[in-house]
Design a protein around this ligand. Structure first.
Ligand code: TRP
Length: 354
């Protein structure tokens, strides 16, 4: 459907510790996509000041996301890893998108409503414009595919709305510039400058839930550290958290049907399945009928085996900040070269004299 060259883009905010949910839900997907795609992975530091302006150690947080990407197997030479503020073209395109998007579109975003809470008048203007910057992150590279969690779907729809309005409002100028591409949007042929981004939400990535409450997502903002496995946790801590994880008194079922109404059991089986690249059914075929007292130690072993090389590599990288900074700088330069081309073309389409 799209005649644009396929390009994968995604971003992770440098706030809080990365946990197993981030790893299984996002980073592992980013790693897998490298084999068949051109990929750009960005630490979105500009987004991190929308909800909270002052951060204790933002530089350290940015480095730790980059370290997690690389330690998990993202190749910063074949692909691009960088931080958003190193490429000012993101903010430049976001400004243009602020003039494309309507205030009503932004007011309808559920993430804005959640994060702004009751006192909307007191939310930063940046928090309201957050989705416009996110659209710019993707479209400044004219990226086509975006691996994200389910919670980002609405933001990607908004990115499509922005792209569509720009494509239609500037239709004649895009044609005159010779930089557009013919695409189909539904059955409608459109001469487009920006692609209609495709979310990549499906796939085997499980919803990783809290270890203390199987109905809540594993989250960096949960006050209990026992609720999550952090990527920087050592083997001892991982073991303790899994041993203390909430369960029910029943043995494991032999089939996935039997997980219904047992959110904690379902979560632990899901984590085991994801970490071992198997289905829940396969895991239950092995562990069905067994008690958590046998399943949990197996899960500890598996989690430690998968995570400890990543943790070790992350720590090694974090001890060599000059090395990480050099990787980010290099990625930033390569990203900027691509983004500059888009900004030059967009400026020409709009009619800025530069
Ligand atoms: N909003 C995303 C999140 O919270 C992070 C993000 C910013 C992003 N820009 C992006 C994700 C561009 C994908 C593409 O998860």
């Amino acid at each position: 459907m799209t005649a644009f060259k396929p390009l994968v883009f995604s971003g992770v905010q440098p706030t809080g510790n990365l946990h197993l949910g981030n790893y299984l839900g996002a980073i592992r997907k980013f790693v897998a996509l490298q084999a068949d795609n051109d990929c750009i992975y960005c630490v979105v530091d500009l987004h991190s000041i929308t909800a909270q302006l002052v951060h204790e150690d933002l530089k350290g947080q940015i480095r730790s996301i980059a370290a997690a990407f690389i330690a998990s197997g993202i190749d910063p030479e074949k692909h691009i890893v960088f931080n958003q503020s190193a490429v000012p073209q993101h903010a430049e395109l976001a400004w243009i998108f602020n003039c494309v998007a309507r205030i009503g579109w932004m007011n309808r975003m559920t993430q804005f409503k959640d994060k702004a809470g009751k006192d909307r008048e007191n939310a930063s203007l940046g928090l309201l414009a957050y989705p416009s910057l996110m659209a710019a992150d993707i479209l400044v590279y004219r990226a086509t595919h975006v691996p994200v969690g389910d919670d980002q779907k609405q933001h990607l729809e908004l990115a499509r709305d922005i792209a569509m309005k720009f494509n239609l409002d500037f239709r004649d100028k895009i044609r005159a510039s010779g930089t557009g591409v013919d695409i189909l949007v539904g059955d409608e042929p459109v001469h487009a400058y920006f692609p209609m981004v495709e979310p990549m939400i499906e796939g085997p990535a499980p919803r990783v839930m809290s270890l203390r409450d199987g109905t809540k997502k594993m989250s960096k903002s949960d006050p209990s550290d026992l609720s999550r496995i952090n990527l920087m946790d050592d083997a001892e801590t991982i073991s303790k958290k899994i041993r203390k994880a909430k369960t029910d008194p029943e043995a494991l079922p032999s089939e996935t049907e039997g997980l219904k109404g047992r959110p904690e059991a379902e979560n632990l089986v899901g984590i085991y399945a994801a970490l071992s690249d198997r289905s829940k059914a396969e895991v239950l075929a092995e562990f069905g009928g067994q008690q958590f007292s046998t399943f949990k130690p197996a899960l500890v072993d598996l989690a430690v085996n998968v995570l400890s090389p990543i943790t070790a590599e992350m720590r090694r990288l974090m001890d060599d900040t000059a090395h990480i900074d050099a990787i980010l700088r290099n990625g930033g330069e390569r990203a900027r070269a691509r983004a500059e081309k888009t900004i030059a073309e967009v400026s020409d389409i709009i009619g800025f004299l530069r």
